[in-house]
Ligand binder design. Sequence first.
Ligand SMILES: [Fe+2]
Ligand SMILES: [Fe+2]
Length: 237
Amino acid sequence: MKTEISEIADRIYRLSTFVPQIGPTGFTFNQFLIDADQPLLFHYGQRSLFPLISDAVKRVVPLDRLRWTTCSHVEADESGALNQWLAAAPNATPAHGQIGCNIWLTDMADRAPRVLKNDEVLDLGGKKVRWLDTPHVPHNWDAGLIYEETTGTLFSSDLFTQFGACPATTSDDIVDAAIATEKAVPFMPKTPLAAPTLRRLAALKPRTIALMHGPSFKGDGGAALGALATYYETRPH
Ligand SMILES: [Fe+2]
Ligand SMILES: [Fe+2]
């Protein structure tokens, strides 16, 4: 296995590891590095992938420059290597929404986390990251997403998950593959929050949607998120 680095928007790097053994056609795990005066890493990755991912990050920035780490929700691929990162990046502060800090991060992190309020913007110096509380979207009570405002990049975690190898970026449709994956392995609960949260994300009109498990989509992100919202609104359960 190897981790490939692609710049998917200005100074935003996708660190992608394809694992051929998972699922019918393999599965991609992506971390994202936002390079700025205060670099931020989104997704810690599994503990087993830490050597590969940290080597990839080092090719872009020295680990002691990392200032922030965060992820969408607690789960091995999103948060497994939390404390390996905190050990390797001594100047990094783990950040999360209030619920995540309450239910896991404060206890599980080797350093005290920074609570991010819903809609709070972290000014990284050259990049601005907005934290969005998105409970149960894509799943887990603590779920949140980030939106980088200067490039219009939404980091969507498991939203739009697809199986198989993929290019780093695409402008092709990502909705059909997302719905097919959801039908095969229903990973997102249809709560009363699902469609309204997707509509809120659509209103951001992202120009890039950075998928954790798939390519980074370049195009009308509002339309793609709106289509996904419609799917959850019309799905019977
Ligand atoms: Fe997940
Ligand atoms: Fe994931």
